[in-house]
Design a protein around this ligand. Structure first.
Ligand code: SF4
Ligand code: F3S
Length: 330
C-alpha cells in the first residue's frame, strides 16, 4: 500500500467499513514485515503519572483488534499493564530490551512526568540501591529510542496530571526530552489515533505532524469542521440547555478550537462521540486541556483560555450575542 493510500484510508468516512483503520491495513503490514530487514516494531511502554485510561482505550481497538496489534504489528516487550513479569524481573527485562534494541525500539509514554524534587513523586521501580523515577526512565529510554510516542494528553502536554495547582510540577514528555516527541493526545486517546500512528511508523516512518507535534492525519481538522450540528451553528441556532438538538457552543463546546476527527471517526467501535451523545466537546486533545477548557459547560468568554483564536473561531457567545474575542476571553 502506498503512503498516500494509507493517508486516504485514515481520512475516509464514507461508510462504516471505512472508519476502521482497518482489516485492510493488516494484510499490508503482514506483507511488509515479511520483507527483508523488517519485523514487528519493538515497543517499550512506560506508564507514568496518569489514570491508566489510555491503555484501556488501546485495549478497545477494533480493526485491528488488540490481539492483531500484538501478533502482526508490535512486540510489546515492556508494559506494566500487559506483561506478566513483576518486580526485579520486570526491571531486568526493561534493561535488557533497552540494551538489545538500543536505537531501534519505540518508546511509548503514557502519563505526565513530575519534575519537582527530581521527579520523586513518580517512582516506577525501586531496588535496594536506587529509585527509578519516571523522570529518570523517560530521560534514559527517550534518548535510546528510535521514536518517542506520547499517548494521551498527560504525556503529550501535561494534561489533567499537570492541572492547576500542579503541585508535582508535572509536564509533558516533550518538555523533558531534547528530541522530537510524537504527541497522540486525547483524554483518553482514540485507539485509532494511536494504532494508526504505530502503523504509519512501521510502514512509512514519521508521520507529518502539526505545530503541537500531533499526526496531521488525525488532528488536522477541528471537531467543528465536521460536526453534525454545524448547520445549527451556521444559522446561529444554539441549544438553551444540554439535551437539545441545536449547536452546543452556548453550552461551552470547544469544538471550534479542538483538532481531532471525532465527528466521523467516532468512538466505541465507531458508533458515538461526545456531541452525538449530547455533551459538548471539552477540548481533550488540546495543549492547554483541562485548564484551558475550564470551567466546562461554560461559553467561551468565561473560560480560562490563553491561546489566540484561529480562523475557524468565533464571534458569538452562542446566545445570539456577538463578542469580539480578546486576549483574556479566548
Ligand atoms: Fe458542533 Fe460544537 Fe461546533 Fe456546535 S460548536 S457545531 S456543537 S463542534
Ligand atoms: Fe475529546 Fe472533543 Fe473528541 S472532548 S473526544 S476531542 S469531541
Amino acid at each position: 500500500m502506498e503512503k498516500s493510500d494509507f493517508l486516504q484510508f485514515c481520512r475516509k468516512y464514507h461508510s462504516i467499513d471505512d472508519y476502521a483503520l482497518s482489516a485492510r491495513i493488516l494484510p499490508t503490514i503482514r506483507e511488509y514485515i515479511k520483507q527483508p530487514n523488517t519485523s514487528k516494531m519493538p515497543v517499550i511502554w512506560l506508564e507514568t503519572s496518569d489514570s491508566g485510561d489510555n491503555n484501556i482505550a488501546f485495549m478497545n481497538t477494533t480493526y485491528p483488534y488488540l490481539n492483531q496489534v500484538f501478533s502482526d504489528m508490535i512486540n510489546l516487550f515492556y508494559s506494566n499493564t500487559f506483561m506478566a513479569a513483576q518486580g526485579r524481573d520486570a526491571l531486568a527485562l526493561l534493561e535488557e530490551i533497552a540494551t538489545v534494541y538500543d536505537g531501534e525500539f519505540t518508546l511509548v509514554v503514557e502519563g505526565a512526568i513530575p519534575t519537582k524534587d527530581n521527579g520523586i513523586y513518580n517512582i516506577i521501580a525501586r531496588t535496594k540501591h536506587y529509585k527509578l523515577t519516571a523522570l529518570d526512565a523517560v530521560t534514559w529510554l527517550g534518548t535510546a529510542a528510535k521514536y518517542v510516542v506520547a499517548i494521551g494528553t498527560c504525556a503529550s502536554f501535561g494534561g489533567v496530571s499537570a492541572a492547576a495547582p500542579n503541585i508535582t510540577q508535572s509536564v509533558g514528555v516533550g518538555k523533558v526530552l531534547k528530541r522530537e516527541v510524537i504527541n497522540v493526545s486525547g483524554c483518553p486517546v482514540n485507539p485509532d489515533w494511536f494504532v494508526g500512528t504505530l502503523a504509519h511508523l512501521i510502514m512509512y516512518g514519521r508521520p507529518d505532524l502539526d505545530e503541537l507535534g500531533r499526526p496531521k492525519l488525525f488532528y488536522g481538522s477541528t471537531v467543528h469542521q465536521h460536526c453534525q450540528r454545524r448547520s445549527y451553528f451556521d444559522k446561529k441556532d444554539f441549544a438553551e440547555r444540554l439535551g437539545e438538538i441545536e449547536c452546543m457552543f452556548s453550552q461551552g463546546c470547544m469544538g471550534p478550537r479542538t483538532g481531532s476527527d471525532c465527528p466521523y471517526r467516532q468512538w466505541i467501535n465507531h458508533v458515538n462521540w461526545p456531541v452525538k451523545a449530547n455533551t459538548p466537546c471539552i477540548g481533550c486533545t488540546n495543549e492547554n486541556f483541562p485548564d484551558g477548557s475550564a470551567p466546562f459547560f461554560t461559553p467561551l468568554p468565561q473560560k480560562n483560555q490563553s491561546k489566540q483564536v484561529n480562523n475557524e473561531q468565533l464571534s458569538t457567545t452562542g446566545k445570539g450575542e456577538s463578542y469580539e474575542p480578546t486576549e483574556n476571553s479566548v
